[in-house]
Design a protein around this ligand. Structure first.
Ligand code: FA5
Length: 354
């Protein structure tokens, strides 16, 4: 019995040391202190002990219970304090309850982030383009190597208009074909690389939560020339992120599937609201999908009039689709995406441009 008490104590101490947040602490409480927990099991074992030893072991178990309870309470206090502090840090720039600072209007946080990005890309030689919100099926899907009935369409269910073939664009990639056609001649005749970003509002028939809206903004970018490679893509992504956040951010690149790029990547940013521990803003994963990207698929270059049957590989390029709304959330410490579509002046007037 003494050994069992000792073992339980050690197990508790090891597991308590590994606990990093209040959720894990609650899980630990259930394992040890609940009715069906390990301490109750030990109490049941007391029944099997000879009568003359019951008093001694009863006291030992009670002592153990008190010791573990005290340690548990101490850890809880420590974690609650830490979590409150990190919440305060994350929301430092944004306070829902703050009264309006001025009666005049101010730029929307997404506009601010969009302008910052436009300046960053312009300084790297990119043109800034605009595109329609209502597009046709060809531009939104088929020109992007997503034929009718392709399963990839399920990822981007959008709103179809009663006018045949017209829909609200589900991603800024819908402009890729038009941009290629606009700048293709300059690329071929004047050897001027195509470098363009095009921000825009996107629409999806989406289940809304803290990080998904049915109306949100993206910024697309493409670069096309001879010999463009993944290294160019990574260089521009890194430069853009370090300039926009003006601080170190942790990102990860993992394979991602989009029919219009090959290879394709998902570029995720570690959630700046919870520091990677997991919260509703990042669906408890600690990471937020921010900027999928990849090398433009040969078919897309062909549909855009860039490469021909005779020279199918002459030009290569990269494309990315940055989630502007999510970027604004991360940049300003906004926990819930819905704040950005509420148009509440109390909230929105708190954001200031650089
Ligand atoms: C696309 O939309 C692709 N067109 C991006 C792309 C472009 C890939 C070029 C490769 C090359 P995705 O569905 O993952 O991919 O959306 C891109 C980004 O938009 C996401 O990472 C996210 O930041 C943002 N986003 C997507 N859906 C929503 C939503 N419902 N609410 C808010 N942001 C969203």
């Amino acid at each position: 019995m003494k050994e069992k008490i000792q073992e339980l104590k050690q197990k508790f101490n090891t597991e308590l040391d590994a606990v990093k947040d209040t959720k894990a602490l609650e899980d630990l409480r259930l394992v040890f202190f609940s009715k069906k927990g390990l301490i109750s099991d030990l109490m049941k074992e007391l029944g099997k002990v000879p009568n003359e030893q019951k008093k001694e072991f009863g006291q030992l178990i009670n002592g153990l219970k008190k010791e573990l309870n005290d340690k548990f309470d101490e850890k809880k206090l420590e974690l609650v304090k830490l979590e409150e502090e990190s919440e305060i840090n994350a929301t430092e720039a944004y306070d829902e309850s703050m009264p309006t600072r001025c009666a005049c209007g101010s730029y929307h946080p997404i506009t601010l982030v969009q302008r910052d990005l436009e300046d960053i890309f312009k300084s790297m030689g990119f043109d800034v383009e605009d595109y329609n919100e209502i597009v046709d099926d060809y531009h939104c899907f088929e020109a992007l190597n997503i034929p009718k009935f392709h399963p990839a369409r399920d990822m981007q269910d959008t709103y179809y208009l009663s006018t045949p073939n017209q829909l609200l664009k589900s991603h800024t990639s819908a402009a890729q074909n038009a941009i290629m056609r606009k700048y293709g001649d300059a690329l071929k005749k004047q050897k001027r690389p195509i470098k363009a970003v095009f921000p825009g509002r996107c629409f999806r028939n989406e289940a809304i939560d803290a990080c998904h809206e049915n109306t949100f903004f993206q910024m697309e970018g493409i670069m096309i020339d001879e010999d463009i490679s993944i290294s160019n893509l990574i260089y521009f992504m890194k430069t853009m992120l370090s300039e926009v956040f003006e601080r170190d951010v942790t990102v990860r690149l993992r394979p991602g599937f989009f029919p219009f790029v090959e290879p394709g990547f998902e570029l995720d940013i570690q959630c700046l609201i919870c520091g990677g521990d997991g919260c509703p803003s990042c669906k408890n994963s600690g990471w937020l999908e921010l900027c999928p990207c990849g090398m433009i698929h040969p078919n897309v270059l062909k549909y855009g009039g860039i490469n021909t049957e005779e020279e199918p590989d002459k030009y290569t390029g990269f494309a990315f689709g940055l989630g502007l709304t999510r970027l604004a959330m991360m940049k300003f410490g906004i926990k819930d995406i819905r704040v950005l579509n509420e148009f509440d002046l109390n909230s929105l007037s708190q954001f200031v441009s650089k």
